[in-house]
Design a protein around this ligand. Structure first.
Ligand code: C5P
Length: 298
C-alpha cells in the first residue's frame, strides 16, 4: 500500500512513538462532470493521482479527543475539520469514545483542489482504526470516508492512482504507471467547491478520462495533452483572476495546464523532475502563491 504509509505500533506499549501518517495531496489529471444528480451532487469521472506534497498526522492515546494543528493559521480544530469528523464517525461505527491526541501539520494549501482535508480525513480513519484496534476493513473505511467527503474514498483505495466515478465514492485503482512530475501552483485566491459546481451549469463534458486512461501507462507527452477539467471554465468565470494563472503557465513554457478539482490550483505535467523544478522556479517569479515541483502517483 503506497498511498499512506503506516508504521505499525503496539497499543500495549505506551512509550512507543506516536503513530505517524504522511497524507498526500492529489491532482485530478482529468475531471469530467457528466450531470447533476437528484441528490444535488454531480456525477463525475476523474483520473486521480496522489502527489508528493504532504500533511503529516500523528495519533497517540489520550483520555479525550484533542486535535492540534500546526503549519497553517486559521485551521479549525473542531468538527469543521474533517479529521475531527473522521474521528467521530469511526468512534461511532466502532461503538467507542473518540479518545485520542491527534496532531495535524498542514503543508497542503486549502481551497486548492488538492484534496488536503480529504486526505487528512482518510489518514485519520486509517490511523485511528489502528490506534483503537477497531479492525474495520479497507472497504468499511472507504464507505465511512464517503460520508465525510467526496474525495475521501480515493485516498483509501490502496493505490496512488485511480479512476473515480459517481460523486467520488466509486474508485477503481489504476497501476501507478511510469515516473511522472508536475509543476503545481496555488494562487492566493480560494473558491468554494459548491460554487464552482453550481457555475458549471450543465455544459457538455470534454470526456477526457477515457482518452487519458488509454495513454496513462505510456511514457511521453500523450498524457499531458489528455489532461482536462470541465470545471476550469466555470472556475475562471467565477474568478477571472485565474486567467492570469493560465497565462503564467504559458509564459513558463507550459502551454497545456489544467485546474485541479474545483481549483484554484493549476498544474502542468513536465517531462522530467528537472523540467518540473525549472518550470516551478519560473512560476515563482511570474506569480504570487505557493509553487511546487511534485512527483505523481507516489
Ligand atoms: O463531498 P464534498 O463535501 O467534498 O463536496 C463539497 C460540495 O461540492 C458539495 O456540497 C457539492 O456542492 C459539490 N460536489 C458536487 N458533486 C460532487 C462532489 C462535490 O456537486 N461529485
Amino acid at each position: 500500500m503506497r498511498t499512506l504509509r503506516i508504521p505499525r505500533r503496539s497499543p500495549a506499549d505506551p512509550g512507543a512513538p506516536a503513530l505517524t501518517i504522511h497524507a498526500p495531496a492529489k491532482l485530478n489529471l482529468t475531471l469530467d462532470v457528466l450531470g447533476k444528480r437528484p441528490d444535488g451532487f454531480h456525477e463525475l469521472e476523474s483520473l486521480m493521482v496522489t502527489v508528493g506534497w504532504y500533511d503529516t498526522l500523528t495519533f497517540a492515546p489520550a483520555e479525550r479527543f484533542e486535535l492540534s494543528v500546526t503549519g497553517a493559521a486559521g485551521v479549525p480544530c473542531d468538527e469543521r475539520n474533517l479529521v475531527a469528523r473522521a474521528a467521530t464517525a469511526l468512534a461511532h461505527a466502532a461503538g467507542r469514545e473518540p479518545a485520542a491526541a491527534v496532531t495535524l501539520h498542514k503543508r497542503i494549501p486549502h481551497e486548492a483542489g488538492l484534496g488536503g482535508g480529504s486526505s487528512d480525513a482518510a489518514a485519520a480513519l486509517l490511523g485511528l482504526n489502528e490506534l483503537w484496534d477497531c479492525g474495520l476493513s479497507r472497504e468499511e473505511l472507504r464507505d465511512l470516508g464517503a460520508t465525510i467527503g467526496s474525495d475521501v474514498p480515493f485516498f483509501l483505495c490502496g493505490s496512488p492512482a485511480g479512476v473515480v466515478r459517481g460523486r467520488g465514492e466509486r474508485v477503481e485503482p489504476v497501476d501507478p504507471g511510469p515516473p511522472r512530475w508536475a509543476a503545481l501552483a496555488k494562487p492566493p485566491i480560494g473558491l468554494s467547491t459548491a460554487a464552482v459546481f453550481a457555475a458549471w451549469g450543465g455544459r457538455e463534458s470534454a470526456r477526457a478520462t477515457e482518452q487519458a486512461l488509454q495513454v496513462y501507462g505510456t511514457a511521453g507527452g500523450a498524457l499531458c495533452a489528455a489532461t482536462a477539467n470541465d470545471l476550469d471554465g466555470p472556475a475562471t468565470e467565477l474568478e477571472p483572476a485565474l486567467a492570469a494563472e493560465q497565462a503564467a503557465f504559458a509564459a513558463a513554457g507550459l502551454v497545456r495546464s489544467c485546474l485541479s478539482g474545483s481549483g484554484t490550483s493549476r498544474f502542468a505535467l513536465c517531462r522530467s523532475a528537472a523540467a518540473a523544478r525549472s518550470a516551478a522556479a519560473a512560476l515563482r517569479r511570474l506569480r504570487p502563491g505557493p509553487v511546487a515541483a511534485v512527483p505523481l502517483a507516489v
